[in-house]
Design a binder for this molecule. Structure first.
Ligand SMILES: [Zn+2]
Ligand SMILES: [Zn+2]
Length: 344
């Protein structure tokens, strides 16, 4: 199955949290959290269309300057999402520099900063390089449920968890996956390729069957190109099944309200990226720091029915012992269900 997107952590488990999600067929990407992103080459940063920040502790937001420096003069726009006070924080970051020449750059950069309030209302402002990044207020926006961003093929949802401050946990959901019959495809003289994304777009958008689609793919015989109608191609799709869902969860306390929120956001998630900062032997310390232990992260993954779990955001105190943290997460995630009343 050709996936719409490929998520990958930017740093190792001890580095700053950041999840880069590549949409290979679209030459664009999303980023969850904006800590140290120096490991991402400029070409990958330039592909970013939207950045979703969980909260603005330094390890999640200090990469803003690096991103700005790379995209300035090269990219026309980027959308940044964050929690309470986020628009003001973006403005303060921009105010920290002198912008007396930037209005002359050939490529105008517009930063669209969007802030989610705990009351569910959205605030928004625009900052253009043409005006030295002066704040231009935009109309507040409503959030339909917990959907922060929606396109034809995917959506991003977010809900607040408690980290002694409101912190956004995110779900990235592909709306549908097509199961393709390889034999029917071969009978038509075709092979899978990026054109499947165009077919998906056409079908999900309800395009007429006569709509022509240009198909390009590459195999061992080289490059191929042909044009087919949507209704011809629809025959190769065996089934439309729910799309892949991934979760990005970091910086939170292990509390029942947080678990309830995550259940609403991420039940049955295919792949869960979750912080696992401390070993459970140091649980008292984790509680003081408003973070999860690895065991707690594993229990959350199990509660959610996550099909895969990727732990990250390990405390540097365990340098050289990452296997112990990962083992604790996986043991709790894969263990037999605990009987009600058992404490874990
Ligand atoms: Zn953190
Ligand atoms: Zn934090």
């Amino acid at each position: 199955m050709r996936h719409l997107f490929e998520p990958r952590l930017v740093n190792d488990e001890f580095g700053d949290p950041a999840l880069y999600v590549d949409f290979r067929d679209e030459r664009r990407a999303l980023l969850f959290d904006l800590g140290d992103i120096g490991a991402l080459p400029p070409r990958k940063l330039i592909r970013l269309s939207h950045v979703f920040v969980s909260h603005t502790h330094m390890d999640h937001f200090a990469g803003f300057d690096h991103l700005l420096r790379v995209v300035l003069g090269r990219k026309t726009g980027i959308v940044l999402f964050g929690g309470p006070d986020f628009v003001a924080q973006v403005e303060h970051k921009l105010r920290a520099y002198t912008w007396n020449v930037v209005h002359r750059y050939e490529v105008e950069l517009v930063i669209d900063a969007r802030e989610i309030g705990v009351d569910g209302c959205g605030q928004r402002a625009r900052f253009s390089s043409r005006t030295g990044f002066a704040r231009e207020p935009c109309a507040p926006f409503d959030l339909p449920g917990d959907v922060l961003h929606e396109e034809t093929l995917f959506r991003v949802r977010g809900r607040f968890v408690d980290h002694e401050l409101p912190c956004l946990a995110y779900a990235l959901e592909e709306k549908a996956q097509f199961k393709v019959a390889k034999d029917r495809l071969a009978a038509l003289g075709l092979s899978t390729g990026p054109w499947l994304r165009d077919l998906k777009l056409a079908v999900l958008a309800g395009a007429p069957g006569t709509t022509p689609l240009r198909l390009r793919w590459r195999d061992r015989h080289g490059e191929h190109e042909t044009t087919r109608r949507v209704d011809e191609l629809r025959e190769v799709v065996l089934d439309v099944v729910p799309g892949r869902r991934i979760g990005y969860v970091t910086d939170l306390r292990f509390t029942e309200p947080n678990l309830h929120t995550l259940t609403q956001l991420l039940s049955g998630v295919d792949q869960l990226f979750i912080e696992s900062v401390f070993l459970d032997a140091d649980r008292a310390h984790a509680t003081r720091k408003n973070h999860l232990t690895a065991l707690q992260a594993g229990l959350i993954a199990r509660r959610l029915g996550a099909r895969a779990v990727v732990p990250f955001h390990f405390s540097p105190r365990y340098e050289g012992r990452s296997a112990a943290l990962a083992a604790e997460v996986h043991a709790a995630w894969s263990a037999a269900p605990i009987a009600p009343g058992d404490s874990a």
